[in-house]
Structure formats: C-alpha cells, structure tokens
Design a protein around this ligand. Structure first.
Ligand code: AMP
Length: 145
C-alpha cells in the first residue's frame, strides 16, 4: 500500500482518532492544533507522526505542517468556517489534491463541492442513523399480523 503524507487540522476527538488510525496504517501524519492539550488524545502506541502547535488560520502554521507536500489534508476543527478556509487554502494555494473537511451545517456542503472539496457532514450522518433507529423501533413495535 502506498504511504501517504496526511495533514490533519484539529486534533480533538475526531482528528486524533483519524491520526491514530492513519499512523497505525503506516501513513506519515502531521497533526495541527492550537491547544497543546489536544495532543494528549494521540496514543503513544499508535501515533508516530509529528505535532504542530498553532492557529490553523495562519498560513505559516499550515506551511510548518508541510501542507505544500501533503497528499491529503483533513480539516476537522469544530468550526465550519475555519475548516472551509483551511480546505480552500490547502487546495487552491498549496495545490493539495485530496482535501476533505468536516462540515456541521448541511447547507454549506454544496459550496464545498462546487470548489472540488470533499466533505463529511456529521449532522446528516447522525440524522440518517437516528432515522434507522426509529424505523427499527417502529418495526419492533409493529402489531403482530
Ligand atoms: P473536536 O471537536 O473534539 O473534534 O476538536 C476540535 C479541535 O480543533 C480541538 O482540539 C481544537 O483545539 C481544535 N481547533 C479549534 N480551532 C483551531 C484553530 N484555529 N487552529 C487549530 N486547531 C483548532
């Protein structure tokens, strides 16, 4: 399997989970977070990449993380607008081929897609999961024929 250079922006619950998994799979991973305490989410036995402490809104911080060399950039801070900005800078300024971002507001997804950015929307995923659970509950409570 090809080893990728992956920059993950935001090392909270989601970013650290991705960083641990991708690093364990043998990819070169750099995580960026403005809060040093977030790096405690990384597992010593899984994560062998690099940490960059800084505000991802600053292009210099993204440069320090080596975004210009990255195959993949994943923007998963908890702010849609920051993820959008990071994704745009990575794609249009640094020329990264695969750029993906977490977007809480489903109404923003079209804009990302028009710009060639990939998105995952936890709000929509949770909505679908709850609908399935509700359907299962309804099926379980269906009166017997
Ligand atoms: P979570 O919502 O648990 O997935 O965590 C989101 C992470 O994004 C947290 O660890 C925040 O410290 C981080 N974060 C939020 N804003 C910024 C920023 N401007 N630059 C870098 N990291 C950020």
């Amino acid at each position: 399997m090809k080893s990728l250079y992956v920059v993950i922006v935001g090392c909270g619950r989601l970013g650290s989970l991705l960083a641990n998994d991708l690093s364990r799979q043998g990819h070169r991973v750099v995580v960026v977070d403005r809060d040093e305490r977030a790096f405690a989410n990384l597992q010593a036995e899984a994560f062998s990449g690099f940490r960059v402490e800084g505000d991802a809104a600053e292009a210099a911080v993204l440069g320090k993380a080596g975004v210009q060399e990255a195959n993949v950039v994943i923007a998963v801070t908890r702010e849609d607008s920051l993820n959008f900005m990071v994704a745009l800078v990575a794609s249009k300024i640094f020329g990264v081929r695969h750029v993906m971002a977490r977007v809480y507001d489903p109404r923003r997804e079209d804009l990302y897609q028009e710009l060639g950015l990939q998105t995952v929307c936890p709000t929509l995923l949770a909505g679908e999961a709850f609908s399935r659970l509700i359907q299962t509950a309804l099926d379980g409570n269906a009166p017997s024929p």
